[in-house]
Design a binder for this molecule. Structure first.
Ligand code: NCD
Length: 327
C-alpha cells in the first residue's frame, strides 16, 4: 500500500495499514527484548514532540521509540516556550520545522489541530498524539496490538500467526465517557476496521450527541453487555473536558458504570480489560480490578513503544510490506 504522509486518524491507515503497523511493531517488540534494544534505523532523523496538553505515557513512549530507532529527539516544553508569550500555533510549528525536523508529534486540546499543522509543514511528517475529543490513533493501534498479543499467548502461538483474523467477530465493549474520548473514537475505527463488533456502554449524557455513521451498537443493559464481551475498554471521565457536569456525582457514576468488584464477576473468564491510562482507581475501575491479571494496562504501556517505533519507521522511510524493518 502507499505510505500515508501523516498519521492524523486511524482512517489514514485503512485495514491494510493497520495490519502493517501490527506486523512491523511485532518485529520491533522483538528488538526491545534484546539486551541492547536499539537499532540504527532512523539515525540522522530528528523527531520533535510538541505537547500542548498533559501526558505521561504517550510522550515518554514516543520519545523512547524514537531513541530506540536512533533518531534525535527534541521535546518542546510548551509551558516554558514562547507559546506562553503569545506565539501562535502556526508560528511555533514553522519555527520547529525550520530546525530541520523530520517528524512532529503533536498533542493539542483542540480537535483538528494536527490536521492544520499537517497543512503548514512542508516536509515534516505529522503524528497525532491526541487532539481534543477527536482521535488518538496510536493508542487504538497499541490497544489492538495488546489484545492480539494476549490472544496469541493463550493459544501458545506467535501474534503474527494470528494475522488480523483474530479480530473478526471479537466483541469489544467500550465503557464510559465516550462523548469526550478521543481514544474511543480511534478504537471504534480501528477495531471495526479489523472486523470486531463494537458496543458502547455509557450513560446517555456521555454518549456523543449523534452516533450516525458510527459502526457500533449501544448496550441496552450494561451488566448483560459485560457478560458478552471479549474485550472491555474502560475510559477515564475527561474532567478537563467538562465531563463532571454530565454525571450527577462520581459516586453515582461508579455505581452505574464503574467496573466494580461485583461487575467483574459478570465477565467471561477469558475477557480482557484494557485502559489507556491514566486510571482513576475507585471511579471507572475498582482498585482491586485494576490489579487483576486480566487488566493489561502495563502491557499496553510496554507495547506503546513498539507500536510507535513501527509508526515512526513506516512514516520516515521504512519499507511497507516485505521483510520488515532492516537494520
Ligand atoms: C488518554 C488521552 O490522553 O487521550 N491517555 C493516553 O494517551 N494514554 C486518555 C485519557 O487521558 O483519559
Amino acid at each position: 500500500m502507499k505510505r500515508p504522509q501523516h498519521l492524523l486518524s486511524v482512517s489514514d491507515l485503512g485495514v491494510e495499514g493497520i495490519a502493517e503497523v501490527l506486523r512491523v511493531a511485532e518485529a520491533f517488540a522483538e528488538v526491545e527484548r534484546r539486551s541492547m534494544p536499539k537499532v540504527p534505523t532512523l539515525r540522522g532523523k530528528v523527531v520533535a514532540t510538541l505537547f500542548f496538553e498533559e501526558s505521561t505515557r504517550t510522550r515518554l513512549s514516543f520519545e523512547t521509540a524514537a531513541k530506540r530507532l536512533s533518531a534525535d529527539v527534541l521535546s518542546l516544553a510548551v509551558g516554558n516556550s514562547s507559546v506562553k508569550k503569545g506565539e501562535s500555533l502556526r508560528d511555533t510549528v514553522e519555527t520547529v520545522e525550520a530546525l530541520g525536523i523530520d517528524a512532529l508529534i503533536i498533542r493539542h486540546a483542540s480537535s483538528g489541530a494536527p490536521h492544520l499543522v499537517a497543512r503548514w509543514t512542508t516536509r515534516a511528517r505529522v503524528i497525532n498524539a491526541g487532539d481534543g475529543w477527536h482521535e488518538h490513533p496510536t493508542q487504538a493501534l497499541l490497544d489492538c496490538f495488546t489484545v492480539r498479543q494476549v490472544l496469541a499467548e493463550r493459544k501458545g502461538a506467535a501474534p503474527e500467526d494470528l494475522g488480523i483474523e483474530c479480530f473478526e467477530g471479537l466483541r469489544v465493549l467500550i465503557v464510559g465517557d465516550i462523548r469526550h474520548s478521543r481514544v474511543a473514537r480511534s478504537e471504534v475505527l480501528a477495531y471495526s476496521a479489523l472486523g470486531a463488533q463494537v458496543t458502547l456502554a455509557a450513560p446517555g449524557s456521555l454518549l456523543p450527541p449523534s452516533l450516525e455513521g458510527w459502526p457500533v451498537k449501544v448496550a441496552p443493559d450494561f451488566d448483560a453487555a459485560l457478560g458478552d464481551a471479549d474485550v472491555v475498554s474502560l475510559l477515564r471521565l475527561q474532567a478537563e473536558r467538562g465531563s463532571g457536569s454530565f454525571v450527577p456525582s462520581l459516586r453515582e457514576y461508579t455505581a452505574g458504570w464503574g467496573l466494580t468488584a461485583r461487575r467483574v464477576d459478570l465477565l467471561r473468564d477469558d475477557a480482557i480489560v484494557t485502559h489507556p491510562g491514566p486510571m482513576v482507581r475507585g471511579v471507572e475501575i475498582a482498585s482491586d480490578v485494576a490489579d487483576l491479571p486480566r487488566t493489561v494496562v502495563t502491557q499496553q504501556v510496554t507495547n506503546g513503544v513498539a507500536v510507535r517505533m513501527a509508526i515512526l519507521f513506516l512514516l520516515l522511510g521504512g519499507e511497507w510490506s516485505g521483510d520488515g524493518p532492516q537494520e
